[in-house]
Ligand binder design. Sequence first.
Ligand SMILES: Nc1ncnc2c1ncn2[C@@H]1O[C@H](COP(=O)(O)OP(=O)(O)O)[C@@H](O)[C@H]1O
Ligand SMILES: [Mg+2]
Length: 185
Amino acid sequence: MMMKEISLHVLDIIQNSIAAQASFIEICIEISHECDKLLVSVSDNGCGMDEQLRKRVENPYATSRTTRKVGLGIPMFKASAEAAGGMFSLTSKLGEGTCIQAGYKLSHWDCPPLGDIAQTVYTSVICNENINFLYLHRVDAREFRFDTREIRRTLGEDVPFNLPEVMAWIKEYLAEGIHTLYGGA
Ligand SMILES: Nc1ncnc2c1ncn2[C@@H]1O[C@H](COP(=O)(O)OP(=O)(O)O)[C@@H](O)[C@H]1O
Ligand SMILES: [Mg+2]
């Protein structure tokens, strides 16, 4: 069984949302030690999938003939959650968007590390200026919220994210926010 960090699965799923022409992507990480659970969700307002594609995507080996290539990003994410005593769900509506959720049992032997989620969010935000991102990260009673719409308002709508100072600020803001969630000062 592959042990891919959860943040790398999230990066894969965000790439799907970008390919689906989303203008808004919401990433949510919720860790509860009391419930022994880690929940991840990625929702987008992209092109969505019809029922036939959705079925094929979740179960790529089930169909014998395909007219177009279907990758393994989603099945691998699903397998990783299911291997760690968790759950997986994909809901999608053509023309409206897609929501992918995965749950892991924290104490499970096969629960992968979260990995560098700050890097995943940072890369996605910096490389996709035309997309708004909302990133919510909860650990027990603490919450960190990062919303590019608020940041644009603060910086001014005409300030690009790919200026070195802005990039450094975003990187620092994410790192600090996540550090604080895990008990850092
Ligand atoms: N968020 C999404 N919105 C619309 N279609 C999606 C989305 N995520 C996945 N898909 C569809 O499912 C297919 C399979 O996704 P995935 O398993 O990640 O493999 P790959 O991205 O390599 O094709 C994609 O090619 C795309 O057609
Ligand atoms: Mg993919």
